[in-house]
Design a protein. Sequence first.
Length: 159
Amino acid sequence: MTPALLANMLEGSWEFAKHMLGKAGEFYPFAETADTTGKRALQGAYDGQEHPGGKEIYALLQAALLSDVAQGKIAALALTANVDIPPQYKPEFPDGIRVHLEALGYSRFVYLPYRVSRRSVVHRLLRRAHPVAYGEPVSVEIPPLFFRQPTAGGGPTIG
């Protein structure tokens, strides 16, 4: 996977999460994937609940992505969640959009800190977006979860 594709997946994930934050003040986890040709697709998950928990949706997406990687369906992924950023990273705001960006040989959490302000009565009546302030991104290298380095026997070790 090219660095440009991964960068585009990160930007696309941020843009969708920002859209949802402005619209609803929050968002459920979602993923974007790319196959070996670079064709990208968004993925969501549904657990049958009207108001599912974010952790449950994240776990469903994670399991589906592990399966897709094992079957060779995807070559890169961006798994996005609404999280509390660990304080050791010294974010400008404690809430963040976290994108787990991964391909063979590359695995990072990239956090985008944010703060959603309350909408005024006028904003609510006019159905205007939630005011959201964003901080500087924080990138953290992590061990791969989905794509592991090739073993001595050949292909990548999955999951």
